[in-house]
Design a protein around this ligand. Structure first.
Ligand code: FAD
Ligand code: UDP
Length: 413
């Protein structure tokens, strides 16, 4: 691990007054995993002087965590569980943190019965009873193989009556209502890759993820990101909305704070808003997070309970399970309520709404960024992709490789 928590120099200020952008080789917009990884790589491997601009009052992007008034470490923008099978990502982040070894488990509350999700052999027996459940498991194993993961769409395409029975049950009790709450529409109308994230799993393994590396940073995500940004080549300014200082109106020329900037620009925010939505808006889903603290050790039986047939919220997460924080007599939970993102209503964009039309629209904005020689949109928002943290870091490392291969390292004067 390098650096101490909190040593990152973070300045606040909206107008970049007194700042000579010419003193930097790269401007990174956004201090989430994407921007932070690239900032670190450019500074450390490339010797570049990097300025990170973040519109929020803190670093960390959506992975930001903090201690609430009750002393509980909570995730402000929704529960984040790190998991990966990409060794490079795990090794890279492990330079900056240790991991707490937490394996995520989720139960669906189906009319008061708590079944493992992804729906697995244990859920099957709970739903159909021991005998019928085992018959259906045998049928599924004969069809797909033991240990297989089968998306709900794949299962619903079957015509064998036993498989149809399982598909109907899982569709109705796990996917339908939760998806309508989360996306405002039924599972068949959203991109197949979204529900395929949570396949039926022919196993007794009730973990939400099977990746070899999983857990949370021992001291939290904000501390991890602070250590990544803690490099002499990196300056961070929070409370700066880059759109107020970045001028892209002259084709091919990036102007920042009134000055022409000839260096690298990394942009991790939504692209439509950067270009005044000139081709139309990219839709995102947003969330309301409702936090509650209780004077008891624990509130529920697992880290997350999904409400798949009832309630207006999608899920409740109890942070102490995830963080493994030892704090008797008090616990904090969060309920998530999904809604369409409305940019002028003080909401944050969280999930891209993936379909052909909007991916094509996003492509038009990406094409606009190509008019600028060294301008790179990256991350979940700018790439308009449903990335987990590990994919975000993997892509950021790859972009850093390309940027550093294209130009020789600069020496910091
Ligand atoms: P972000 O984290 O969104 O960071 C972008 C940053 O750019 C933000 O801080 C934003 O304020 C800033 N920014 C945007 N526009 C501007 C601007 N104009 N000027 C200045 N700053 C700007 N992944 C997992 O692996 N496991 C999980 O359990 C998990 N749970 C999730 C739960 C929720 C509710 C959500 C929404 C996401 C979850 N993710 C999870 C995904 C994870 O959050 C992302 O993969 C990751 O945070 C993406 O990093 P990023 O840097 O691309 O984007
Ligand atoms: N999903 C569902 N019921 C569940 C869990 C997931 O219908 O109990 C669907 C839903 O459409 C959701 C998607 O699968 O948006 C992906 O779920 P995941 O848990 O990966 O979502 P995230 O954690 O990214 O919000």
């Amino acid at each position: 691990m390098s650096g101490e928590e909190g040593r990152t120099v973070v300045e606040t200020g909206g107008a970049l007054e007194g700042l000579d952008v010419g003193a930097y080789d790269a401007i990174v917009v956004g201090a989430g995993f994407a921007g932070t990884t690239i900032a670190r790589e450019l500074a450390e491997r490339g010797g570049r002087r990097v300025l990170v601009l973040e519109q929020r009052p803190h670093i960390g992007g959506n992975a930001y965590d903090h201690v609430d008034d009750a002393g509980v470490l909570v995730h402000k923008y929704g529960p984040h569980i790190f998991h990966t099978r990409v060794e490079r990502v795990f090794d890279y982040l492990s330079r900056f943190t240790e991991w707490n070894g937490y394996s995520h488990e989720v139960l669906a509350n189906v009319y008061g019965t708590f079944m493992p999700v992804p729906f697995n052999k244990i859920s099957m027996r709970m739903a159909f009873g021991e005998e019928r459940g085992n018959e259906l498991i045998a049928k599924m194993v004969a069809r797909y193989g033991d240990g297989a993961k089968v998306s709900i769409n794949e299962l619903r395409a079957e015509d064998d009556p036993d498989l149809v029975e399982v598909a109907d049950y899982v569709y109705e009790n796990v996917f339908l209502h939760y998806t309508v709450k989360q996306w405002g529409t039924t599972p068949d109308k959203i991109d197949a890759s979204v529900t395929a994230r949570v396949p039926v799993f022919l196993s007794e393994d009730s973990r939400y993820f099977q990746d070899p590396h999983q857990g949370l940073p021992t001291d939290g995500y904000t501390a991890l990101i602070a250590r990544m940004l803690d490099h002499p080549g990196i300056s961070v300014r929070t409370d700066v909305d880059a759109r107020t200082v970045l001028d892209l109106t002259t084709p091919g020329e990036v102007r920042i704070g009134g000055q022409t900037f000839g260096g690298t620009v990394i942009y991790t925010g939504p692209l439509d808003e950067l270009f005044d939505c000139r081709f139309g808006r990219l839709p995102y889903r947003s969330l309301d997070f409702v936090f509650e603290t209780y004077p008891q050790d624990y509130f529920q039986q697992r880290g997350t309970i999904n409400y798949t047939v009832s309630e207006d919220f999608t899920r409740i997460t109890e942070f102490k399970y995830l963080t493994r924080q030892e704090l008797p007599g008090v616990t904090t939970i969060v309920r998530e309520y999904s809604k369409p993102y409305e940019p002028d209503a003080g909401m944050d964009p969280y999930y891209p709404v993936l379909d052909e039309e909007h991916l094509a629209l996003h492509g038009k904005y990406v094409a606009l960024t190509r008019e600028f020689a060294d301008f790179h949109p990256i991350g979940r928002l700018a790439e308009y992709r449903y990335y987990n943290m590990d994919a975000t870091v993997a892509n950021a490392l790859e972009l850093s490789d390309r940027l550093l291969a294209d130009a020789p390292a600069t020496t910091t004067s």
